[in-house]
Design a protein around this ligand. Sequence first.
Ligand code: THU
Length: 163
Amino acid sequence: MKEKLISIQLIEYSSTDEMSTEEKNLLAEAEKATSSAYAPYSQFRVGAAILLENGEIITGSNQENTSYPNGICAERVAIHTAKNQYPDVAIKSIAVTASTDNFEIASPISPCGMCRQVIAETENRQKNHIKIIMKGERGPVLVANSIEDLLPLLFHEEKLKKN
Ligand code: THU
């Protein structure tokens, strides 16, 4: 028996002032996208913005349902929209943020497990890393350069084949 240590790497910015204009713009688009959220059950409005390799920005917001499991996260709305509109254009980065009237979100919003798996599939499909930029309403910004840093030991397509 041996213990294995897996490390992940994240970048933390204490404020958006430290970030590139490209990253700041994408976060601003994610913030705007929170306004189209349909979140009457959680009152937690999430916005995601995707930057494509061709410079296009695609946004998404969470869409809830009275039958709760039918709801879908902002990240998956944005990713599926991007891949529907531009199936062959790689995703460079995705910014995620949220807002609520109930309290101030003071730490970064990170994608849920299902969204992480979808980001993993997309990275694998395009063979290029996707940068994930995460922010609350205030507080630090966290950046992961690949889904591998948010979903270590991820399940991917290779596992379906005999090795
Ligand atoms: N949600 C997202 O849209 N993205 C996340 O990364 C976390 C959670 C949504 C789902 C639900 O509508 C609400 O936030 C509360 O969980």
